[in-house]
Ligand binder design. Structure first.
Ligand SMILES: Cc1ncc(COP(=O)(O)O)c(C=O)c1O
Length: 433
């Protein structure tokens, strides 16, 4: 099946009792056992079925199957947020003493997780100088447990060379984990290029309405855990926390995702509520159509900005002179992301004035909503950093990050035009003279 069909049908047939066409919300904490033996078989992972909603829930299971099928994976785990998904994805490969080698352009909180939080648990994040595969390769050593990248970086908008990163990771016997939140499986299927694990914040484009937080981890089923037994003892030695289960032996291709569920979801419990799973399923039904419109509108807005004399620069990867243009053609079929940055003339003051003058475009720090959204990082998300730290993070005083929505493009452009006029009218005057 194709994306549009998977997004609407995968993982659910009208259920046997009521024949409900919409996916039912199974708002239950627990599930009845037929007998003591049935309960024991469920706990031994020998029988299929549900026992407690911290571990699995039928509404969330539909969401998991749908995302797994969209990504072309063998299984998925839905969790409460994208951040929880990233946390589980990392600790499911790395224990104390291990390191994760990452490209530097990451969503801020993921950067914090790798640079400050996981190190307190003995897992180090190592950041390459750039997203160039060679820069990443340099940092891999015998303690590396995964290579990590955002397929499209937030907010940098960089497009990673997934195929090259996967080759490097595999040459060292480690998986490539990618955050595919900004691209979504509609624009890019990382498993087609060798990535092993995909992580999502469902809060963004997949959910699409800015109403519901959620996250997911998807397993390609392709990483050979048994082949790298020394590096990944957690997959190849009996697990004392689950009466001696050996994950690679018991689960084969689904070892990663079953281990994430049995160990991390079970004991740490970042559970997605069934109601939120239901809302995310509603959103996913239209994701293919929405992504088309997001990309089309973004192109029109980027072209408008680039021609405007009040604008200093536009960092949009769909322009042929972008360093990422060829990767956009290869990985995104020419569909540059609707998340991009630009700067207006006049520095911090003009950037803030532009931001304050927006009427239709919402001022906030979210992305991927049906609505157009804007963030002025220097006065909000990156405010605590020094000017130099901001520069290294790719944030200039005037930088505005846009997440272009699916409204009519003319209305979005009119709003930007009037805000530019308020922020730097003199620039237009000069251009006219
Ligand atoms: C690329 C990316 N990954 C992960 C996250 C975290 O997702 P959540 O807010 O659902 O925890 C975000 C949030 O903005 C993001 O942009």
């Amino acid at each position: 099946m194709r994306n549009e069909t998977i997004a609407i049908h995968a993982g659910y047939e009208p259920e046997a009792t009521t024949h409900a066409v919409a996916v039912p919300i199974y708002q239950t904490a627990a599930y009845a056992f037929d007998s003591a033996d049935h309960g024991a078989a469920l706990f031994n992972l020998e029988a299929e079925g549900y026992r407690y909603s911290r571990i699995a829930n039928p509404t969330s299971a539909v969401l998991e199957k749908r995302i797994a099928e969209l990504e072309g994976g063998v299984g998925a785990l839905a969790v409460a947020t994208g951040q929880a998904a990233l946390h589980f994805a990392f600790v499911n490969v790395a224990d104390h003493g291990g390191n994760i080698v990452s490209v530097p352009q990451l969503y801020g909180t993921t950067h914090t997780l790798l640079s400050h939080i996981l190190p307190r648990q003995g897992i180090t994040g190592r950041f390459a100088e750039s997203d160039e595969p060679d820069a990443v390769a340099k940092l891999i050593d015998e303690n590396t447990r995964a290579v990590f990248a955002e397929t499209i970086g937030n907010p940098a908008g960089n497009v990673c060379d997934i195929e090259a990163l996967a080759k490097i990771a595999h040459a060292h016997g480690v998986p490539l984990i990618v955050d595919n939140t900004v691209a979504t499986p509609i624009l890019l299927k990382p498993f087609d290029y060798g990535a092993d694990i995909a992580v999502h914040s469902l809060t963004k484009f997949l959910g699409g309405h800015g109403t519901t937080l959620g996250g997911a981890i998807v397993d390609s089923g392709n990483f050979p855990w048994a082949k790298h037994a020394d590096r990944f003892p957690g997959y190849n030695k009996p697990d004392a926390s689950y009466h001696g289960l050996v994950y690679a032996e018991r689960f084969g291709r689904t070892a990663y995702i079953e281990r994430a569920r049995s160990i991390y979801q079970r004991t740490m419990g970042s559970v997605l509520s069934p109601f939120n799973a239901f809302l995310l399923i509603q959103g996913i039904e239209t994701v293919a159509l929405r992504m088309e419109r997001h990309c089309e509108n973004a192109r029109k807005v980027a072209e408008f900005l680039r021609k405007d004399s009040r604008v200093a620069w536009v960092n949009y990867t769909g322009f042929p002179d972008s360093p990422y243009y060829s990767l956009v053609q290869k990985y995104l079929d020419g569909n540059a992301s609707s998340l991009f940055t630009f700067g207006i003339k006049g520095g911090m003051e003009a950037g803030k004035n532009f931001y304050d003058a927006l009427k239709l475009i919402t001022r906030l720090v979210n992305i991927g909503d049906a609505k157009s959204l804007a963030c002025h990082p220097a006065s909000t998300t990156h405010r605590q950093m020094s000017a130099e730290q901001q520069r290294v993070a790719g944030v200039l005083p005037e930088t505005i990050r846009l997440s272009i929505g699916i409204e009519h493009s003319a209305d979005i452009i009119e709003d930007i035009d009037q805000a530019l006029e308020k922020a730097c009218p003199s620039a237009r005057l000069q251009a006219a003279e």
